[in-house]
Design a protein around this ligand. Structure first.
Ligand SMILES: Nc1ncnc2c1ncn2[C@@H]1O[C@H](COP(=O)(O)OP(=O)(O)OP(=O)(O)O)[C@@H](O)[C@H]1O
Ligand code: SF4
Ligand SMILES: [Mg+2]
Length: 335
């Protein structure tokens, strides 16, 4: 493997929403890095803060919602940009968004505009970011539709989102996201709405494009199967916190956190005959989190201290960290 070069450095990020019911700490002190060209998976149950993490990186959430921490984009070896210091609507941020960091949203229909054709939408992205003229932008739109495997691109380019099937729409969204050759693609549940065959095609497409374009991918999913086929490293999130971080192999074959083990036990695995065991209970209400470890009420391994004090983060290997009292040897750090 080549030398690892840092692309995104996320330090102690906190994204908190004020609501009538209280403050929701959707992302609450997470730290992780993304290297150039790699695929990082983010996994966790619904509501654990995966989408808010990605929207924070894209600076697409209201100002003042990121209450602390830093997101540093390493544009090149000599140029770093602190995204958390840029205003969401500033020219500098708009230049980065789409051009260098692109995102495929969880809901394709909400991010594709129903009143414009697919071609117009890709052209708009290309013209905005690459300053191409109309003819060049149209050509680029056709190239991108072809690249993502849309047949008869000359015809599709003139169609509206509702005229395409779910799989086609997802491809069109990928085409739009990739039209400016970003350094990093954030794919938020890119295949959830699709059936299994189309899912496999889309994942394969993303892997191929990643090789061709050399971009990093952050793939966000609640599905460990998708993580297994795509990611080299994984972060596991629970209630706005990173509870485990490791290589994909370690997450699958050497999981440490009881929550990660619970996620693994609840998915079917090839060659395994035991019954699937779902994690008991549900994700707690984000405005009424339990004291101590937020997973304690559901954790089969909880000890007394777990119900009283938040666990620190411990190193359990070179590239493997876990936020759990079971690994306490007096060397943890708060995160
Ligand atoms: N704009 C908002 N205002 C208030 N709360 C929000 C807002 N956006 C998200 N949240 C809350 O933040 C928490 C994390 O949400 P997020 O969308 O990041 O979850 P997720 O991990 O992406 O879940 P899913 O798998 O369902 O997509 C949830 O409790 C959600 O209700
Ligand atoms: S800290 Fe305690 S409750 Fe939390 S995951 Fe570890 S063992 Fe379970
Ligand atoms: Mg989400």
């Amino acid at each position: 493997m080549g030398e690892k070069r840092l692309l995104l450095d996320i330090q102690d990020l906190r994204t908190h929403f004020r609501t009538d019911d209280g403050i929701i700490k959707a992302v609450d002190g997470i730290t992780f890095q993304v290297n150039r060209g790699e695929t990082l998976g983010i996994v966790g149950e619904s509501g654990c803060g995966k989408s808010v993490t990605s929207l924070s990186i894209m600076n697409l959430i209201p100002e003042g919602t990121i209450t602390s921490g830093q997101i540093i984009y390493h544009k090149s070896e000599n140029e770093q940009i602190e995204i958390t210091k840029l205003e969401p609507h500033s020219t500098a941020m708009r230049r980065i968004r789409g051009n260098e960091l692109a995102m495929i949203f969880q809901e394709p229909m909400t991010s594709l505009n129903p009143v414009y054709t697919i071609g117009e939408q890709i052209m708009e992205a290309v013209r905005l970011h690459l300053k191409a003229d109309r003819q060049r932008a149209r050509q680029r739109a056709l190239e991108m539709l072809e690249l993502v495997g849309i047949s008869a691109p000359g015809q599709r380019v003139n169609e509206y989102p509702h005229q395409l099937s779910g799989g086609m729409r997802q491809r069109a969204m990928i085409a739009m996201a990739l039209s400016c050759s970003p350094n990093c693609l954030i794919a938020d549940e890119p295949t959830t709405a699709l059936d299994v065959t189309i899912e496999a095609q889309i994942l394969q497409l993303m892997r191929r494009l990643q090789k061709e374009l050399g971009m990093a991918i952050i793939i966000i999913t609640h599905d460990l199967g998708v993580i297994g086929t795509m990611a080299e490293r994984v972060i596991v999130m629970y209630t706005g916190k990173v509870v485990e971080q490791a290589t994909t192999d370690d997450i699958f074959y050497n999981p440490k956190h009881p929550y990660t083990k619970g996620l693994l036990n609840s998915i079917p695995q090839i060659g395994r005959k035991e019954r699937l065991i779902p994690i008991k209970g549900t994700v707690p209400n984000m405005t009424a989190l339990p004291p101590g470890c937020y997973f304690a009420p559901r954790c089969p391994e909880a000890k007394d201290i777990c119900h009283r004090e938040e666990p620190a983060v411990y190193d359990v290997g070179n590239t493997h960290t876990v936020k759990c009292w079971l690994y306490d040897q007096g060397e943890g750090r708060l995160a």
